[in-house]
Every structure is written in structure tokens, then in C-alpha cells.
Design a protein around this ligand. Structure first.
Ligand code: NAD
Ligand code: DAU
Length: 335
């Protein structure tokens, strides 16, 4: 019986990871989810597993050392997803990114060190490398993060590594590309555009829409993390990617075609300041260990779009109140 501390498990990837763990290991795992329930944390995301005896939810902040030290004894595996995760918000108000993404990671690392945890997975991101025009970044490449978000994540990434070198804490760092799938807060490209298109609202494309991201289905990301907990080497960094590079315009057209909506919904808006042109990671190191993504991109996109179609109760609740204020400020228009 392994006991996991998952942080940020009321958010998009964290909740999918907990769901993945229970589906795969059923009663052989215990999971504590420590989540502050920021705007991105959602109790609805835990409905599927909240009543399981193997699950416990603790509402709290990873920056709260007293709380983290209370939870950590007996934990075998820490998976740190908790973060402020949206680049646009990091441009408007970076404070919480610095606090949660860096200081919060430090608090978790300290408590993990004192309690001799078996494994500490720091969920970093491909954004720490910065943009690349041609080719793909290897784990050994220099970090050149360009937004307050990616710079904060780079800080936590390197801090986690320092705990391996200095204290021999069994840390593994993952740098994954852009995720898509169910339960993604509808401020990110795919979740925002799908839900806007369903409601016949415009899709705000930054700049010319030529920026490129490598998309991975969220359950493939979860599967790769689980694989690395079993097979990864301590102190190592692993890139994770789907191998599905698309321009934002290609993603937009795919969403409109799948939903049978008119091209007239596309609306070109001002560009994101410091907008990274392309992310691309070389995943050879992970593939050599024996892992590959299991979901085909177009099929996973169709399933994802269908999920948002079937679960408007979930995103309509979110796209009200504060979200409308955020949208107006971000896009200079009413939703
Ligand atoms: P998300 O914004 O959907 O969820 C973040 C969760 O963290 C929320 O539930 C929020 O309440 C919680 N949280 C925030 N601050 C906290 C704090 N101080 N204490 C406790 N909980 C707190 O994010 P996501 O898209 O699920 O991303 C999860 C992780 O994966 C992040 O670390 C992100 O940097 C990383 N990542 C994301 C992607 C992606 O495409 N979404 C890709 C690579 C890496
Ligand atoms: O690469 C991994 C990263 O992917 C994660 O670390 C981040 O947590 C996650 O938010 C994501 O960052 P991006 O900035 O790449 O994702 P986002 O969905 O915000 O934007 C994807 C692309 O779409 C980017 O080029 C900006 C563009 N975009 C985004 C939004 C929200 C638009 O054109 N219009 C929009 O309204």
C-alpha cells in the first residue's frame, strides 16, 4: 500500500492523476490531496473519488509549513502539481506565482526531506526552456524561461534538483508539454475555445495564430508520471511530450470543424506580451526507458470536445462571476 501526497489535486492535471491512480491501483493506494482551492481548484473535480475511503482532501496552502509538516509523516510519494499555472495571469499579477510555485515547492521539499519520503516528483514544464524555432530541447539544454510563470517553475525545478544533490532526496523532475482533456479550467487555449465555440462566442486568437505547441492528452501525461515513479532514476529530469505539434490556428480550425461551427467565430486579438513562439521537447530519454503516449491526437481531441459538450454543467458554473471579470480584463470585451 503506497501513500501519495498529491498537491493541486483539485485542478486539471492533479485530479486526472488521482482518478488515474484509483482506476489503476484501486485500493492499493491511499491519496491525500492538499489543495488551496484557488480560482482554478474546484471541488466538482473531486466528485468521482471524494467518497472513497482511500482518499482524503485537505484544503490548505503548500506554503503553510506547519500544515505540510503535519501531513507529511507516513507519505511515501509526493507529486507536486500545485501551482499558479496560467501564463496570462502571471503577466498581470506575478506575486502568487512566486509564492506558490517557488516557495511552496520549497516547503514541500523541506518536509519531504525531514520525513525521508521514498519519491518526490516535481511537475515542471517544457516552458522552462523557453522558445525554440527549430529542433527540440533535450534535458541538458539551458533554461531560458521568459514569463513570470515559467521563471517561477524554473526556480522550483532547480530547487528540487538541489535537494537531490545536497540532501539526496529522491527527486524526479518532469517537463511536460501542453496538456488537453476533461476538467481543464476554461481559460486555456483548447478548453476556452471549445466552450466558447459551443456557445457560438468568438475565439480570441493571439497575434497571427502561428505559435506552435506540442499537445499531449492529459491521461498520457498521468501515465508517464506513474511510469517514472516506478522506472525513473532519482536526480533525473525527463521531458514528456505528445509529439503533436500544431499551430494555434490549426487547433482552432480543428475545434470549429469538429463542432461544425463557422470560421467567422475566429477573432484575431492583440498578442500576449513575451509570447513564446514554439515549444518542443526531445522525449528520447523517456522513450528509451520504455514509455510512449497511448492516445492518438485526433481521437483524443474528439473525445475531449465531446466531454465539454456533455458536461456544460461543469464549465458553465465556472464561466460566471469572477471569470467574466477576468475575461473582460484579459480580452477587453464581454464574454
Ligand atoms: P491548474 O491551474 O488547473 O491547477 C492548479 C491547482 O493547484 C488548483 O487546484 C489550485 O487550487 C492548486 N493550488 C494553487 N496554489 C496552491 C497553493 N498555494 N497551495 C495548494 N494548492 C494550490 O493547473 P494544471 O494545468 O493542472 O497544472 C498542474 C501542474 O502541471 C502545474 O504545476 C503546472 O505548472 C504543470 N504543467 C501544466 C501543463 C499544462 O499544460 N496544463 C503542462 C506541463 C506542466
Ligand atoms: O507548455 C506547457 C504549459 O502549457 C504549461 O506549463 C502551462 O501551465 C499551461 O498553461 C500551458 O501554457 P501555454 O501558454 O502554452 O497555454 P495556453 O493554453 O495559455 O496557450 C496556448 C497557446 O494559445 C499560446 O500560444 C497562446 C495561445 N492563446 C491562448 C489563449 C488562452 C490564444 O491564442 N488565445 C487565448 O485566448
Amino acid at each position: 500500500m503506497k501513500k501519495y501526497l498529491v498537491t493541486g489535486g483539485a485542478g486539471f492535471i492533479g485530479r486526472n492523476f488521482i482518478s488515474y491512480l484509483f482506476k489503476k491501483y484501486d485500493r492499493a493506494v491511499k491519496v491525500i490531496n492538499l489543495d488551496k482551492l484557488t480560482y482554478a481548484g474546484n471541488p466538482d473535480n473531486m466528485l468521482e473519488f471524494k467518497d472513497r475511503p482511500e482518499f482524503e482532501f485537505v484544503k490548505g496552502d503548500i506554503c503553510d509549513a506547519a500544515l505540510v509538516e503535519k501531513i507529511m509523516p507516513g507519505i511515501d510519494i509526493v507529486v507536486n502539481f500545485a501551482a499558479e499555472s496560467h501564463v496570462d495571469r502571471s503577466i498581470g499579477s506575478p506575486d502568487d506565482f512566486i509564492k506558490t510555485d517557488i516557495f511552496g515547492a520549497f516547503v514541500l521539499l523541506e518536509a519531504a526531506r525531514k520525513n525521508n519520503v521514498e519519491k518526490f516528483i516535481q511537475i515542471s514544464t517544457d516552458e522552462v526552456y523557453g522558445s525554440i524555432i527549430k529542433g527540440s530541447f533535450k534535458e541538458t539544454d539551458t533554461l531560458e524561461p521568459s514569463s513570470p510563470y515559467s521563471a517561477s517553475k524554473a526556480g522550483a525545478d532547480r530547487l528540487a534538483y538541489s535537494y537531490f544533490v545536497t540532501f539526496q532526496l529522491p527527486v524526479i523532475i518532469t517537463r511536460c508539454s501542453n496538456n488537453f482533456g476533461p476538467f481543464q479550467y476554461p481559460e486555456k487555449l483548447i478548453s476556452l475555445f471549445v466552450t466558447n465555440a459551443i456557445e457560438n462566442k468568438t475565439l480570441p486568437i493571439y497575434g497571427k495564430g502561428e505559435n506552435v505547441r506540442d499537445w499531449i492528452y492529459v491521461l498520457d501525461h498521468c501515465d508517464a508520471i506513474d511510469f517514472l515513479i516506478q522506472a525513473g532514476e532519482n536526480g533525473q529530469i525527463y521531458n514528456i511530450g505528445g509529439g503533436n505539434e500544431r499551430t494555434n490556428l490549426e487547433i482552432t480550425d480543428l475545434i470549429l470543424e469538429t463542432l461544425n461551427k463557422p470560421a467567422g467565430l475566429k477573432k484575431y486579438v492583440g498578442d500576449r506580451p513575451g509570447h513564446d513562439f514554439r515549444y518542443s521537447v526531445d522525449t528520447e530519454k523517456l522513450r528509451r526507458l520504455g514509455w510512449t503516449p497511448k492516445h492518438e491526437f485526433t481521437e483524443a481531441m474528439e473525445e475531449t470536445i465531446e466531454w465539454y459538450n456533455q458536461n456544460s454543467w461543469w464549465w458553465k458554473k465556472i464561466k460566471s462571476g469572477d471569470f467574466l471579470k477576468y475575461y473582460k480584463q484579459q480580452y477587453q470585451t464581454e464574454l
